[in-house]
Design a protein around this ligand. Structure first.
Ligand code: BGC
Length: 499
């Protein structure tokens, strides 16, 4: 099992050391992995709504889209078109599982480097794609890039960051995801009117990949990974560099101790799934990611342009609308970075779920009333109102289930199973993203506005889950989580032997 600063006692918060230029640079470079992930999330929807892309690869969808009396809700319903978006996540699940082992054996740096190379190759293949095979092959390579990156980058940042700014840096990864999404929607807007514009949009993924590839030559391997692989002296050298002090013995010993405990656990997966005490964080951490996806966020992220077009907006207007919603996403994440340690996790989770539930209900009701099976939408104001509602919805996600879906699973596990537990959260994210990506357009066709009511109900359930089942983790030292929270929780306490 990989072990890291994430795995060190919270007493480490008082470890000596400065926030050095090295740490900031290494973290920013690694977080470009988030930019890659975000660019991909943001690019797919715009591309699948571009006429030239549809004509080249999905001519039947193009025809359907332009048939005036075609069922409004089914214009884009096509399993292959959806496979274009979702194939990446299938590859991602496999890749992040593989990465969880490889980064223990070879260190974080080579895995981050490989992530950028996979992503670069995927971008190149997609740029030159002549048929669906090349297109999907490219997506699979991108999926490897994202699986490797998402499993390793947050771990890398947590290991390299001084404990006291670890939470903030963790959410900064999400911030880069949202900046990637925003940049992608802007690129789509620019390329949508160009001949073969989709090639530039897909090929543009090479830019964050190249930045990460070049940058990864300059980052240090994490001390935890070096020490874990028996390279103690090298580990000490890096610690001195990134902490900017000579006296690093205390932190070195903490890492050494954490490594020894975790190395005793030979099969972290078995430990995670069979030991009763691990059940509460396992259930809560993976459910958080399940619910994160069933807020319906990726319906908006992947298919907002398609959705706006379904409501009758022109190509251009729908891409502008997407830039606007993605801008709101990034700004609201900044708010989360600042406020999440002040107002607490639960407050944001419940508030966010309520805000998303209310907007989903209203969007569902508007579509039910105004978007009939055939013909254009019967009110001009409705697309604008839906745009505003989607912005309110996205901001609700961006300061709650978005960042917290990643942050909380990183702080609730016991030392021995923390990175394995974190993998389960990443895998749940990828599985659910795949499901949404693959089935949303078909579900929209079949259930129409009812789909928005479904997501509204999911938001009620997740709000209740946050209220009744999730302990508040703000300000609780990681190693005291069991004592201070799980053992005192009305439901989860029964998983612990009381002493
Ligand atoms: C989620 C992605 C989502 C993004 C939107 C991330 O936390 O995991 O699925 O597209 O947020 O900002």
């Amino acid at each position: 099992m990989a072990v890291g600063v994430m795995d060190i006692e919270e007493g480490a918060a008082s470890l000596p050391g400065k926030t050095t230029f090295q740490v900031v640079m290494c973290s920013i470079i690694a977080a470009v992995g988030g930019l890659m992930f975000g660019y991909d999330i943001g690019i797919s929807g715009g591309v699948t709504s571009m006429d030239t892309f549809l004509l080249d690869f999905f001519p039947h969808v193009y025809e359907k889209k332009h048939r005036v009396h075609e069922n409004n809700y089914c214009k884009f319903d096509d399993q292959l078109l959806q496979l274009f978006t979702s194939s990446l996540y299938l590859a991602g699940i496999f890749a992040s599982f593989t990465a969880s082992f490889l980064c223990r054996r070879f260190g974080r740096k080579p895995i981050i480097m490989s992530a950028s190379i996979f992503f670069l190759l995927g971008a190149i293949l997609n740029y030159f794609a002549r048929d669906l095979g090349m297109l999907i092959g490219g997506r699979i390579l991108l999926g490897f890039g994202i699986g490797f990156g998402n499993q390793t980058v947050p771990l890398f940042i947590s290991e390299i960051a001084p404990p006291r700014i670890r939470g903030g840096l963790n959410i900064a990864f999400q911030l880069l995801i949202t900046i990637g999404i925003l940049a992608a929607s802007f690129v789509n807007y620019l390329t949508s009117t160009m001949k073969n514009g989709w090639r530039y949009s897909l090929g543009g993924a090479a830019v964050p990949a190249l930045i990460l590839l070049i940058g990864s030559f300059f980052i240090h391997e994490t001390p935890a990974s070096l020490i874990e692989r028996g390279k103690d002296e090298e580990g000490k050298k890096v610690l001195r560099k990134i902490r900017g002090i000579d006296n690093i013995e205390l932190e070195f010993n903490e890492i050494k101790r954490a490594t020894e405990i975790s190395n005793k656990v030979k099969s972290p997966f078995k430990e995670l799934f069979t030991k009763r005490e691990n059940r509460p964080p396992l259930v809560c951490g993976t459910l958080l990611q399940f619910f994160q996806q069933f807020t319906g966020i990726n319906v908006v992220m992947f298919y907002a342009p398609v959705l706006f077009q379904t409501m009758g907006s022109g190509n251009n207007a729908s891409l502008v609308s997407t830039v606007v919603t993605n801008g709101v996403n990034a700004l609201a994440t900044v708010f989360a970075v600042i406020m999440v340690d002040r107002l607490g996790r639960k407050f944001f989770l419940v508030e966010g779920a309520t805000q998303m539930m209310a907007t989903q209900l209203t969007i569902g009701a508007l579509l039910l009333k105004y978007l009939h099976l055939v013909g254009p939408i019967t009110s001009h104001a409705v697309p604008l109102i839906v745009l505003i509602l989607i912005c309110i919805y996205v901001s609700g996600f961006a300061w709650s289930w978005g960042p917290l879906g990643w942050l909380i699973p990183s702080e609730i596990y016991q030392l021995e199973v923390r990175t394995t537990g974190y993998f389960c959260a990443v895998a749940m994210n990828m599985v659910c993203t795949f499901v949404i990506g693959q089935f949303f357009l078909s579900a929209l066709c079949r259930f129409r506005s009812g789909l928005f009511f479904f997501f509204a109900v999911m938001n009620v359930i997740m709000g209740l889950f946050a209220i009744f089942f999730l302990p508040e983790t703000r300000g609780v030292p990681i190693e005291d989580m069991a004592e201070q929270r799980w053992k005192k929780h009305w439901h989860w306490k029964k998983y612990f032997k009381q002493n």
